[in-house]
Ligand binder design. Structure first.
Ligand code: GLU
Length: 469
């Protein structure tokens, strides 16, 4: 039986979840879901100075919004120091690691000396063969082989060979006994049975060190895939200069999480020239063979277009939960239900974000629409009194409030007044919405409902009568 794919996402909680991190999480999550495997969440908070609870919560919040669920965890590295300690001791007693008492100044001098010789700055191995016992403040270094190569068999980039002489005896535990990143990550990945690691290629220089640790511990090396970084439109590494970096900032700007997931996946993975993917399609189709070797370029216009498409394609009731906070922000208290779904249905094709949708929805929920001054002056004028009255009476008398009957009423008014469709529809639009732009007149009237339509038409007739005096 094929092995169960187990992937992980191990963010360091030193800030919000940014776009690049979210993309890494999504790749690992999709790979696990596609293969019916498992996805583990681990918080890498060994750097106690920089890790905060606030960041941990921000990461959970962002993942929840994106809909990236995990099967195991969250594990916290800060709660696993005993486990790391056991492995560090094991590496020392097996002769794969040693205590080093060189001072930072001495190590600096070694590095400078190496540089002067034209070598890479490196620790010179002074304590390597001393077999020092533990003492206060001693760091633990890994005994990197002095010859040979360590090859990263990268699933995305192919084989990458690192000469062991370039790696030096890197530190695996600090003077206070706390583990360094490379050690903690390997112990975690071993003990959590992680067999597939997809991460940014900014980690590629850590990978040979990690592979050496796996080998020293007699553990199976997982499959690695290093994904190119995301670039900004100017081809420099994506940063704040290019727009918001935090995932939840996009939630607050009115983006749909499905659009965000779709967009982030496409920053590195492709399936022919398809751009739009539902979540299910992504799970069905995602693979590592189609992660490109060149960097994905962040294109905010593309994100906006994808967002519009996701909004357009989603069922109204599924959009309601996303829209409600934006309505609330406008002081519109409304609950999910048939009226709201009807409203959303009319706005879906014309809203690029939930901010736009909330703006467009406001008129549906007010007591009386406020007329835009210019629109009222242009369309609610004395000449329209007759046709508007006729229309109002006809709507009031409608047996069944449906599109066909509304169309018939408009036709009758047009025929009797000699006015074209637009000349009748525009005043009605202003009467019902206060504005000259809205969803299609009939769908909008149906969404508003008979009662509101009649009361707003009556108000408009009264308004025209007032201005006619
Ligand atoms: N905590 C590391 C980071 O956030 C994880 C790197 C890894 O995937 O091993 O970059």
């Amino acid at each position: 039986m094929a092995q169960t794919i187990i992937t992980r996402f191990p963010p360091s909680p030193t800030g919000y979840l940014h776009l690049g991190g979210a993309r890494t999480a999504i790749f690992n999550w999709l790979y696990a879901r596609h293969n019916h495997g498992r996805f583990v969440l681990r918080i890498e908070d060994t750097d106690v100075q920089r890790s905060t609870d606030e960041s941990v919560n921000a990461i959970f919040e962002a993942m929840e919004w994106l809909g990236i669920d995990w099967d195991e965890g969250p594990y916290f590295q800060s709660e696993r120091f005993d486990i790391y300690k056991k492995y560090i001791d094991r590496l020392i007693s097996s002769g794969n690691a040693y205590y080093c008492t060189c001072t930072p100044e001495e190590v600096d001098a070694m590095r400078n000396a190496a540089k002067e010789r034209g070598d890479n700055p490196r620790y010179d191995g002074s304590c390597r063969e001393k077999n020092l016992p533990w003492q206060e403040g001693a760091v633990v270094r890994f005994k990197t082989p002095l010859t040979g190569n360590t090859v990263v068999e990268d699933m995305i980039r192919g084989d990458i060979a690192f000469s062991n002489t370039e790696l030096d005896d890197f530190i695996i535990a600090r003077g206070d006994g706390s583990p360094m990143y490379n050690l903690a990550v390997v112990i975690d990945d071993i003990t959590m049975n992680i067999n597939t690691i997809i991460r940014g290629d900014d980690h590629i220089s850590n990978t040979p060190k990690q592979i050496l640790l796996y080998q020293a511990l007699g553990a199976k090396v997982p499959d690695f895939g290093h994904v190119p970084m995301v670039l900004g439109p100017d081809k420099s590494r994506l940063s704040k200069r290019h727009g918001a970096m935090s995932v939840t900032a996009y939630r607050d700007m009115g983006y749909h999480p499905d659009a965000m997931v779709n967009f982030l996946v496409r920053l590195g993975w492709s399936h022919g020239d398809q751009e739009f993917f539902t979540r299910k399609e992504l799970i069905d189709k995602f693979d590592l063979d189609h992660i490109g070797r060149s960097a994905g370029v962040f294109n905010p216009e593309k994100l906006l277009a994808l967002n519009a498409e996701h909004i357009r394609n989603a069922p109204a009731d599924s959009l309601a939960a996303h829209l409600l906070p934006f309505l609330q922000e406008k002081g519109i208290a409304v609950e999910a239900g048939a009226y709201l779904y009807g409203v959303i249905e009319t706005l879906k094709p014309r809203s690029k974000t939930f901010v736009e949708m909330a703006d467009g929805a406001a008129f549906y929920f007010v007591e009386k629409p406020e007329y835009d001054e210019k629109a009222a002056a242009k369309f609610l004028k004395p000449a329209l009194l007759g046709p508007m009255k006729q229309l109002t009476d006809a709507v009031s008398g409608m047996a069944e409030f449906n599109e066909k009957n509304l169309e018939d009423i408009f036709k009758q008014v047009m025929e009797d007044s000699g006015l074209g469709f637009g000349k009748v529809a525009q005043p009605v639009r202003v009467a019902l919405t206060g504005k000259t732009v809205s969803p299609g007149i009939f769908e909008m009237m149906l969404a508003l409902g008979k009662e509101k339509v009649i009361s707003r038409l009556c108000d408009a007739v009264a308004y025209i009568e007032r201005v006619s005096e």
